[in-house]
Design a protein around this ligand. Structure first.
Ligand code: ZN
Length: 381
């Protein structure tokens, strides 16, 4: 009997994380101007996501990257409303998003500073390790005040790590992080572990316009995107490559198109909605595990640490994993999957699913609660 842990739950071809950057307690009064502060109002960001994405793709889980303090302006201009994240209405909204199954990740205290008419990204402004660590601590404290727990991961602002990025991530107890843009999806399709941190890949820019988009977006934007596509390979080819290596398809977006300097934020969910729809529709031909970044991290951690021991003589299987890892998985209610080689597989324990088939292979799901003790599985062969 040959059993193995599947790369992703339920034998999925790949995992997908939908990243929305720059969630903040900010709005502009103009249409599409909500960065998050409007909460569940009719003209708010979430209403848009619900109508335009979740209605058709209800399984999508967003990972929002939150700027926790009062966000700096984009060189000039003003927001119609800006505040830090722990203010009661906004904090309530953040907790509501979490309860809906989305994730709030960390994305800086101010996102950066304006220095002589130039915007400097937050991690590039740090002049020492101490300064970096203490700024991140301040930002995380605001997160904690709003959500009553620590963020598990986050992302550098503008993917700029600065000189002290990695240590600041490590010193502040983060477990996963998005550190850079991955132009070549073949380099680290499932991310990489550095000092116990899972650095995840950022690889799919949702602002892409294949031929089916012609006429649906401004022609200049369309042409620019086609040039970018030629340079880095079509988005669908990238997705195919990621799926064939059972990697992480990380979709990149921002909240509102509106900024204080009058320019359009690139990319953003409002301008890219048709492109997003085309990408999600393309992904639906595969068996994708739609998950938050923390879920992907926890499953990756589990696979990295779990030891599968087979006792062929007694027909027993042991999935052994560190108790801390098992507890983390339990909290998020993630089940893990085993690949089994027969559909005539009988598990004596009620906490495992029926054996099911997917793509010619047989799988069985096991709830995380079982992981800190041996699991007995009996086969009839
Ligand atoms: Zn950002």
């Amino acid at each position: 009997m040959k059993l193995s842990l599947t790369k992703w739950p339920k034998g999925a071809d790949a995992a997908s994380i939908f990243m929305i950057d720059d969630l903040a307690n900010i709005y502009f009064e103009a249409p599409g101007g909500d960065w998050g502060a409007k909460g569940l109002q009719e003209d708010g960001l979430y209403q848009f996501l619900k109508e335009e994405i979740l209605k058709k793709y209800p399984y999508v889980r967003f990972t929002f990257f939150l700027v926790t303090g009062r966000r700096e302006v984009q060189v000039q201009g003003v927001y119609d409303h800006v505040d830090s994240c722990e203010k009661s209405d906004f904090a309530r909204y953040l907790r509501w998003l979490e309860n809906c199954g989305h994730e709030i990740a960390y994305h800086g205290l101010t996102h950066g500073e304006v220095a002589v008419k130039k915007f400097v990204q937050e991690w590039d402004t740090y002049i020492s390790q101490e300064a970096a660590d203490s700024k991140v601590r301040t930002g995380v404290a605001l997160y904690n005040a709003a959500l009553d727990h620590q963020p598990m991961g986050g992302k550098y602002c503008g993917y700029a790590e600065g000189k002290f990025g990695h240590r600041s991530v490590l010193n502040n107890g983060f477990r996963w992080w998005f550190d850079r843009w991955d132009d070549d999806v073949a380099v680290r399709p499932s991310g990489e572990w550095v000092d116990g941190i899972l650095y995840m890949p950022s690889n799919i820019d949702c602002s892409q316009y294949p031929i089916c988009m012609l006429g649906r977006v401004p022609i200049l934007k369309y042409l620019k995107s086609i040039v970018a596509n030629f340079r880095s390979g079509s988005v669908f080819e990238k997705i195919d490559k990621l799926v064939s290596s059972r990697g992480i398809v990380a979709l990149q977006e921002h909240t509102s198109p509106l900024r204080t300097d009058g320019k359009r934020q690139y990319p953003n969910v409002v301008d890219d909605i048709n492109s997003i729809s085309a990408i999600l529709s393309y992904l639906s031909k595969y068996n994708i595990w739609y998950a938050t970044a923390s879920d992907v991290y926890l499953y990756s951690l589990f696979r990295k640490n779990a030891v599968v021991e087979e006792d062929i003589k007694n027909n027993q299987l042991f999935v052994l994993v560190d108790e801390d890892v098992a507890n983390l998985l339990c909290k998020r209610n993630i089940s893990v999957s085993l690949k089994v080689n027969t559909k005539n597989y009988i598990a004596p324990c009620g906490n495992v699913s029926e054996v099911y088939e997917s793509g010619g292979c047989y799988y069985q799901d096991v709830t995380a609660k079982l992981l800190n003790r041996p699991l007995n599985l009996i086969s009839d062969t």
